[in-house]
Design a protein around this ligand. Structure first.
Ligand code: CTP
Length: 400
């Protein structure tokens, strides 16, 4: 799909600039012709010579370089390129692009460029969340021919998840391809549940589990990079900052169900990755329970099964989304997963052996088997993002 495409890559000055090398290499591996422009700040993170070797073309670093202007001035780059990708798009670079400045090789080339532009923001979470940055992002989203990919969500030092990482290579490549095709999930609606739920015992105590929402957010990011319209119903995982798709925050299983039911009928894909509490306390005290008051044991009642309820609702309708569940298991993984696939009438279930090495709740990697209602079985191992992309490779093929 990228064969023969001419892609200008504008590199900004952020810690993720070193990843521009991998991106350029992968574009070329897929047949694209690549030319690079860099900001001054970018050169502090990766050398023009490195990007020159990887792209096989001279790199534009100065706005007015008599030696380069002839063949490779900003107008030449702009006229030459079929698409323009900026990574990492730092806060400063986003501000300059949003306000139409042309004060270095990257921004000036962009101003003169008439084709599709992809910006891949990357910065510290606090910077990304700053109202000034978000204003610039809103301006850029509303700018014709301009698309954003990411930023991805990653772990923060305090254990929260936050937005700010440069999207991973598969997302960057998918989003670049989408500039030409409109995206393999263009026009599709994707509804995802992610994270844990929390069931209160009293104002200061609750029942929950250690889910971080990372797997669900990786599935969301991968779908968004392929052009889908994504909504994530997200349980309590701390601040995630502004994400490039709709996020509905909920706390309890009942709230999760209330957010899903009105939306699932419209969706083309429903991916239930939330680790929903199966039980909640029968009684919730409005006041903090003191030690002396007990109780010694808890009385619990079942919470709604969100996926089962949503599945029943859409099976009764004329048209239904592709239904995907997750099964976290420690033993008899595939047998239990297939049982859930059948019971909840799903199209696919992602069986996750949480006792295996490199798998589980909080880590960045996962080992899963994607089971299909047609009896298919595919093993996928890698980062949660890689797993998310392989999952979409499978799901895309059965899009309604
Ligand atoms: N799920 C849900 N609502 C619940 C429980 C589970 O939507 N109350 C969804 C999960 O998001 C997941 C799938 O159902 O996609 C399987 O969840 P899991 O908890 O593993 O299965 P259960 O059916 O609860 O079975 P068990 O706890 O006995 O393993």
């Amino acid at each position: 799909m990228l064969q023969g495409k001419r892609i200008a890559v504008g590199v900004g000055g952020g810690i993720a600039a070193y990843k521009a090398g991998d991106f350029v290499r992968e574009l070329r591996r897929q047949g694209a012709v690549v030319r690079v422009a860099m900001t001054k700040a970018a050169q502090a993170f990766i050398s023009p010579l490195t990007l020159q070797s990887l792209s096989g073309e001279s790199v534009m670093v100065e706005l007015f370089d008599p030696a380069q202007e002839e063949r490779f001035g900003h107008l030449h780059l702009a006229r030459w390129a079929d698409a323009f990708v900026v990574l990492p798009a730092t806060a400063d670079l986003l501000a300059r692009i949003a306000t139409g400045q042309g004060n270095d090789a990257v921004t000036t080339s962009l101003l003169a460029f008439r084709g599709p532009v992809l910006l891949a923001p990357a910065m510290n979470t606090a910077m990304w969340d700053h109202p000034a940055v978000q204003r610039n992002v809103a301006t850029l989203r509303a700018t014709p021919r301009t698309h954003l990919v990411g930023p991805g969500v990653g772990p923060l030092a305090d254990g929260d998840v936050g937005a700010g990482r440069l999207s991973e290579l598969p997302e960057l490549i998918s989003a670049t391809r989408a500039l030409f095709t409109g995206g393999t999930l263009q026009g599709k609606r994707v509804l995802i549940t992610a994270g844990p739920t929390r069931e209160a015992l009293d104002p200061v105590r609750f029942l929950s589990n250690p889910s971080t929402g990372k797997m669900g957010l990786a599935v969301a990011e991968a779908a968004h990079a392929r052009g889908a319209q994504v909504t994530v119903v997200l349980g309590p995982v701390g601040e995630v900052g502004s994400l490039p798709y709709e996020v509905v925050r909920v706390t309890t299983a009942d709230e999760l169900l209330a957010a899903v039911l009105p939306r699932v009928g419209e969706a083309d894909f429903f991916v239930a990755s939330a680790a929903v509490s199966d039980w909640k306390p029968a009684q919730v005290s409005s006041r903090k329970t003191k030690k002396g008051e007990g109780p010694e044991s808890l009385q619990l009642v079942r919470t709604p099964d969100v996926l089962l309820t949503a599945s029943a609702q859409v099976h009764a309708a004329a048209r239904r989304p592709v239904l995907v569940g997750f099964a976290a298991e420690t033993h008899d993984v595939l047998a239990y997963a297939r049982g859930k696939l059948e019971k909840k009438r799903l199209d696919f279930i992602v069986a996750n052996d949480v006792s295996a090495d490199g798998a589980g709740f909080a880590g960045d990697t996962n080992v899963v088997t994607v089971l299909g209602a047609d009896g298919s079985e595919r093993q996928v191992r890698g980062t949660k993002r890689e797993v998310a992309n392989r999952l979409w490779d499978v799901l895309e093929a059965v899009a309604p």
